[in-house]
Design a protein around this ligand. Sequence first.
Ligand SMILES: Nc1nc2c([nH]c(=O)n2[C@H]2C[C@H](O)[C@@H](COP(=O)(O)OP(=O)(O)OP(=O)(O)O)O2)c(=O)[nH]1
Length: 158
Amino acid sequence: MESRAQPVLVVAAAIVDDLDAPRELLAARRRTPARLAGRWEFPGGKVEDGESAREALHRELDEELGVRVRLGAELPGPDDGVWVLSERHVMRLWLAVVVDGTPTPLIEHDELRWLSADEWPGVPWLDGDLQILDALGDVVGLPVTSRAATVRKGPGGV
Ligand SMILES: Nc1nc2c([nH]c(=O)n2[C@H]2C[C@H](O)[C@@H](COP(=O)(O)OP(=O)(O)OP(=O)(O)O)O2)c(=O)[nH]1
């Protein structure tokens, strides 16, 4: 078969309580589609035609959580700046804080939870996000005490 086109770009936010001194991260549990239901992720979604990555992220966070955010630094991934999630998806991720609204699971999620770093390993993240949590803990200096024991790299990739 012919090889597929370029991977789809997903944008997402590591929403924290404070950009300068983060203590908690907002994790979102997927409700849909069925194959992802129950897994936790960074809220966000696919960039649509004609949108910049940041525009798409603001739109997704408004649609999914009903919030406006201020973006902080991007957490660049190891593959040309992006995080490879699967053969079909790559992701860019920014730190963010909520500036308006209360995060509410409106469409794709059925639960949101503010997690301190030692709670991150306690929920089942999407496989591709584990590498990101690892890096996020290092970058923001969060003490992810049990990270090493539970955050695993999936076999054959993410
Ligand atoms: N939003 C998000 N998607 C992730 C993460 N980790 C991960 O593997 N993914 C995958 C799940 C999906 O296959 C894909 C993102 O698709 P999505 O369903 O969130 O995108 P979308 O909101 O634009 O949805 P749709 O319009 O296509 O229904 O990336 C993550 O942390 N956040």
